[in-house]
Write a protein that binds this ligand. Sequence first.
Ligand code: SF4
Length: 247
Amino acid sequence: MSGRFFRRAQAGTIVRKLCAKAVLERKLIAEGDRVLIAASGGKDSTVLAWALAGLRPAIRQNYELAALHISSDFCACCKKTILSERMEEWGIPFSDLFVPVIGRLKEGEKMNCYWCSTQRRTELLRYAMEKGFNKIALGHHLDDILETFFMNMTGRGELSAMPVVLKYRKYPVSLIRPLAYLEERQIIDCAAEQNILKAACTCPYGLNSKRRDIRKRIADFTGNSGAVKRRMLKALSSGPVDLLEEG
Ligand code: SF4
């Protein structure tokens, strides 16, 4: 049996195990939490929904799950139907919301990822608060967190990254990243094993060569070892990554 086949054959188990570890160690979910999953339709957030749907026995907490998909005026999403079917299969109520991301630009302003994610985040927060959710679960993984850290450091001269948990001072909602201990390749294997749609982001604004370059450098630096990357996250968690409160 090849190593790759063996990894795939237990990919779902690995994802749920590392997800449970992150949830328990970082206290991401507590008894009675109402958790809204930001479901983009891509592999990361769909695997996140699958993992959280089966995690209750492992973390011994009772929590409620729901998923929200945000579609926009530049991304004609054809994944909504299949996404809602999978969520239903996993017992997760599904809703979708249209946000005119480009339509909100003022004259002369240009579309970019920062604008897009700010608009989406604002709507996610608004929706969560209106519907009484106290946690928003995002599908960012270990590679996303490390890449963002290095991009912020080398590009903006800032020591900042995506926190595993972010508590807002102003709002009664926290952001959590339960896939923070998982590498992207483990999520890809799980998506293949669980027959989860593997749609890659085809957004024309998302072609970021800097991120690709940083990804390659991190792979060289860590020898692409998950254990080394998790130790890097642990080191960062004593400082810039665990920025626990915001605005
Ligand atoms: S890649 Fe596209 S969808 Fe993703 S944040 Fe950037 S603009 Fe938005």
